[in-house]
Design a binder for this molecule. Sequence first.
Ligand SMILES: *[C@@H]1O[C@H](CO)[C@@H](O)[C@H](O)[C@H]1NC(C)=O
Ligand SMILES: *[C@@H]1O[C@H](CO)[C@@H](O)[C@H](O)[C@H]1NC(C)=O
Ligand SMILES: *[C@@H]1O[C@H](CO)[C@@H](O)[C@H](O)[C@H]1NC(C)=O
Ligand SMILES: *[C@@H]1O[C@H](CO)[C@@H](O)[C@H](O)[C@H]1NC(C)=O
Ligand SMILES: *[C@@H]1O[C@H](CO)[C@@H](O)[C@H](O)[C@H]1NC(C)=O
Length: 496
Amino acid sequence: MEKPVAKPKSNLSSYCPSKTIIIAIAISIIIILAIIIPIFIVFGKPYQLQGTSSVTDSYSPSQTTSNPTTATTTVPSSSPQTSYKPILSIPDELWGYYEVRPGAHMFWWFYGYRGSQLRSQMPLILWMSGGPGYSSVGKGNFGQVGPIQLDLKPRNKTLIKRANVLFIDYPVGTGFSYVDKMSAYSRSDNEVAQDLYRTFAHVLHLLPSLQLLPFHLVAESYGGKIGSMFGNLLLQAKKEGRIQCNFISCILSSPLLSTADTIEFAGPYLNAFSLIDAMQSQQLLNQANSIKQYLQQKRGIDATAVLEQSLERMVNISSKANLHNVINYLSENPFTTLVKRNYTDIQSLQNNPTIAPTAAYAVMNNQIRHKLGIVPRHVKFASSNILVYALLRESICYPSIANAEAILNANVSVLIINGQFDAFVNGISLQKTIKKINWPYMKLFQSSKKAVMKDDAGRIVGFIKKYRNLSFMTMIDKGHSPILSVPDSYIGSVQN
Ligand SMILES: *[C@@H]1O[C@H](CO)[C@@H](O)[C@H](O)[C@H]1NC(C)=O
Ligand SMILES: *[C@@H]1O[C@H](CO)[C@@H](O)[C@H](O)[C@H]1NC(C)=O
Ligand SMILES: *[C@@H]1O[C@H](CO)[C@@H](O)[C@H](O)[C@H]1NC(C)=O
Ligand SMILES: *[C@@H]1O[C@H](CO)[C@@H](O)[C@H](O)[C@H]1NC(C)=O
Ligand SMILES: *[C@@H]1O[C@H](CO)[C@@H](O)[C@H](O)[C@H]1NC(C)=O
């Protein structure tokens, strides 16, 4: 779980589509002119539209159920109903909205591979950020791996030089994805995974050539939980013949597969790092135990409240160590505001966000939304959304080990990556979580020898343990986003 950042107020109840659209068009024209002209001055030329069009689609009804404790099995219906023509060649770039449930609009953004090889021979990657509520478009695309950085300069080491890449802003309410009414927000992780699946299936229907490409799922942190749920839905849908997709691998970077495990071992981890003492470690263990008990009693909100408190305590007692990278310190405790929130007071969550949106993402509400041209005016991009988080508190702590298990047993290769300095999704807990996966070769995996990983210059960057389709990597000197520092050659090697 990452610290959610509040989304600025959007007045949902007074939103009226027909009026707003007319006003929005008029105002956007004025704003576009006002924005584009200064960009010309600042950046020389505006951020280019490269052979692009946008697509919106509408609701396809489906009934879904939700049970956070077990592997996800209900595959939502995804057959797109409305008129659009499938696009046969793989485009340079394409984005759109898909209404996954009435009033729930998911935003997706696809980039075709750019390089010397044939686009149709390169894989497809779905890149998922964490949160809950971190925008994959803001953080993943602009912040980490897309062709353009948040400062609008081109990124040298972009993923689209290696693959076709898709970003989806999930859960709905995050990034450019939005709801028309409060009731359209996701209320469970299962629903989040189903919304994601529906959007993914929509994009594959729209761009059928993607169905044949080797598909790799890459997910970070809480994205690792939703990603494993999504991956299992995808496999079920494949089995039922409802989707064609060549699902090859699932890469989970610091995945929050089991919150109880992460908290159980955060104490020993911080203690081994001399940041807390044995007594403090024991107190954290008590909190981990109450998370487990609450989960057994199906009291998800109570479990999440303890999670928030234990994160706050860890930062407090370690002199504000950054749990995502413990060799650094924070100036203030990011979890104090999370603990103090009144999560039943939705109005105050909407009206009084005490955590400000990150300034780094301002560009999303200006140049980028104008480039996209389809983001409704009332939708304000925020790097994450406190309401999304608030409404998911019931399900955040439930584990998703069963989904990772289903993916591995379906012969999809699974790579789990740990950052050595990540105290939250720490290496000890990940090893324990992996051990719980029921897989015929788990004993052989456990007893296989770990190998040293080196970068191109021959420096040691980490360790890898691999048996058949399961790999576990530890990136040394790295924190909560270890995927970004794995040398390319190793990513390929674990995928047969
Ligand atoms: C990207 O590559 C160019 C040319 O190789 C180099 O001048 C520039 O500094 C690089 N930018 C970044 C952000 O690394
Ligand atoms: C953490 O420190 C803050 C500020 O000093 C304090 O208000 C809060 O009660 C502390 N929380 C815990 C769990 O120790
Ligand atoms: C939280 O908000 C709800 C709804 O506004 C209110 O009934 C409740 O008293 C508040 N709780 C606290 C502890 O302030
Ligand atoms: C996975 O691969 C193994 C070994 O190649 C094979 O025996 C098994 O049937 C496969 N399972 C599935 C679900 O494809
Ligand atoms: C790994 O998964 C692939 C499918 O992606 C399957 O063909 C293969 O048998 C599996 N490998 C092993 C060693 O189990």
